[in-house]
Design a protein around this ligand. Structure first.
Ligand SMILES: NC(=O)c1ccc[n+]([C@@H]2O[C@H](COP(=O)([O-])OP(=O)(O)OC[C@H]3O[C@@H](n4cnc5c(N)ncnc54)[C@H](OP(=O)(O)O)[C@@H]3O)[C@@H](O)[C@H]2O)c1
Length: 410
């Protein structure tokens, strides 16, 4: 690879994720060049219907992105790419859950990177967290909602009382389920992802055939109704856990109490909770699938493969630094309890356009305490008002202020 010709990416598969990746790459090419010194571009694309040859795509590429899916020819292409010295990025959970050891082994012996953030939980960066951030933690359990289709269906059944078939039809209408959803419904898709997570969390080879799985096909609407009365929510949960120095990896529906970190994950979202004695627990959640979302994870992997580890991009001054921002404030004033005090304060506040939202007054002997919340304003104006107030003779203690966050959550 050299900077004259940039960084060439060969794309295998241009379906839901591949097409989204193709669209995303040029949008970020300039920024990636600023990070890595090389401008990435697609140098070849291979699809089933569009012809082209794998050899040609490989020949012209510095890195291969595999988004065909399934086992063959994806496995063959990934192996050949790595043996030819190319880094590979893939989102193929079926391939990794069956042939991961062979592929990671070849990546090690060839000294190339095999990255696969998009293979589990879409754009939620759970692979990176397990491989890098938590590499120094002894992990005891990984719990996950790793299939967005079934999570959407269970959420919909609980919300509307719909049957599984009705909720599935809605999922298909919204693009959350494929025409053939059997691998989602029977738990196989989640099992493949849990095999990969277990492999990373416990450094133990896990083949999908070693994962016991149960899907959601048997769930009836009244299961969800009764559970709601008991305060329970139903999720398809993947678990990989250390039990007496053995590893259990399984997928099954499970009820959760509201306080569980996975209980609030609704709709097509995914989430993964990692538990470890040193870190207690970390939960990551976000969109678990979708073309642009998964393509974002794939592009992140491409950039990681292009840069030396822990490189920090040169700053671009893309954004101006804001010195003065708008905020609401709580204001606490200890003042003399005498006539005219409020009028003086009101004058000072009005001078700086400080508008009072609410006020409480309490007498304390010859002193009074005024507590007020003021409407959002530029902090510099509020600070100016504070300085004026501090200088007033009627003040018995320096004024105290604390910012108030007014955004509403929900
Ligand atoms: N879709 C998602 O939301 C999502 C999320 C996470 C991970 N993934 C993973 O990402 C990968 C791609 O998924 P996708 O949904 O984008 O699949 P897709 O829409 O079915 O696209 C597959 C692409 O691969 C091409 N292809 C199939 N067989 C081929 C062959 N033998 N030789 C060359 N090209 C071939 C197809 O060519 P044609 O265009 O000619 O048919 C198509 O362009 C899979 O591993 C999947 O598990 C997908």
């Amino acid at each position: 690879m050299n900077s004259e010709r940039g960084f060439r990416i060969g794309l295998l598969g241009r379906g839901t994720v591949g097409a989204a990746f193709e669209a995303l790459l040029p949008q970020h090419a300039a920024r990636i060049e600023s990070i890595t010194g090389l401008r990435p571009s697609l140098s070849g694309v291979l699809t089933r219907s569009g012809g082209g040859s794998f050899e040609q795509v490989l020949e012209r590429a510095d890195l291969i992105v595999e988004l065909i899916g399934g086992i063959e020819p994806a496995r063959d292409y990934v192996l050949r790419a790595m043996r030819a010295g190319r880094h590979v990025v893939t989102a193929n959970k079926q391939l990794l859950s069956r042939h991961g050891e062979e592929l990671w082994g070849v990546a090690r012996t060839e000294g190339v990177q095999l990255r696969f953030e998009g293979a589990v939980a879409g754009v939620v960066p759970v692979i990176r967290v397990l491989q890098e951030s938590l590499a120094g933690a002894r992990i005891d359990r990984v719990h996950g909602i790793v299939n967005g289709t079934t999570n959407f269906i269970l959420t919909e059944m609980a919300r509307t009382g719909a049957s599984l078939a009705e909720a599935l039809a809605e999922a298909q209408r919204l693009g959350y389920a494929e025409a053939d959803p059997s691998e989602d419904l029977d738990g196989r898709d989640a099992a493949a992802k849990m095999a990969i997570l277990a492999r990373l969390a416990f450094d133990t080879p896990v083949h999908i055939d070693q994962v016991s799985y149960e899907g959601i096909e048997q769930i009836q609407p009244d299961d969800l109704e009764y559970a709601r009365e008991l305060g329970l929510g139903l999720k398809l949960i993947g678990t990989a856990e250390r039990i007496d120095e053995r590893l259990s990896v399984r997928v099954h529906p499970a009820f959760l109490y509201p306080g569980h970190p996975l209980a609030s994950i609704n709709g097509p979202f995914n989430a993964v909770t990692v538990q470890s004695p040193t870190i207690t627990e970390i939960t990551m959640s976000g969109p678990g699938a979708g073309g642009p979302q998964t393509a974002t994870a794939v592009l992140g992997d491409v950039i990681s493969a292009m840069i030396p580890p822990a490189s920090t991009p040169a700053a671009e001054h893309a954004l101006e630094i804001a010195q003065d921002v708008v905020s609401a404030f709580y204001l606490h004033l200890e003042v003399a309890d005498e006539p005219g005090v409020l009028a003086q304060l009101a004058q000072v506040l009005a001078l700086q356009d400080v508008s009072v939202k609410s006020v409480l007054q309490k007498g304390l002997g010859d002193q009074a305490r005024l507590v007020m919340v003021v409407h959002p304003l530029l902090e510099s104006r509020f600070q100016a008002a504070m300085e004026l107030i501090a200088g007033l003779d009627v003040m018995r203690a320096p004024p105290r202020a604390i910012r108030v966050l007014e955004e509403e959550f929900g």
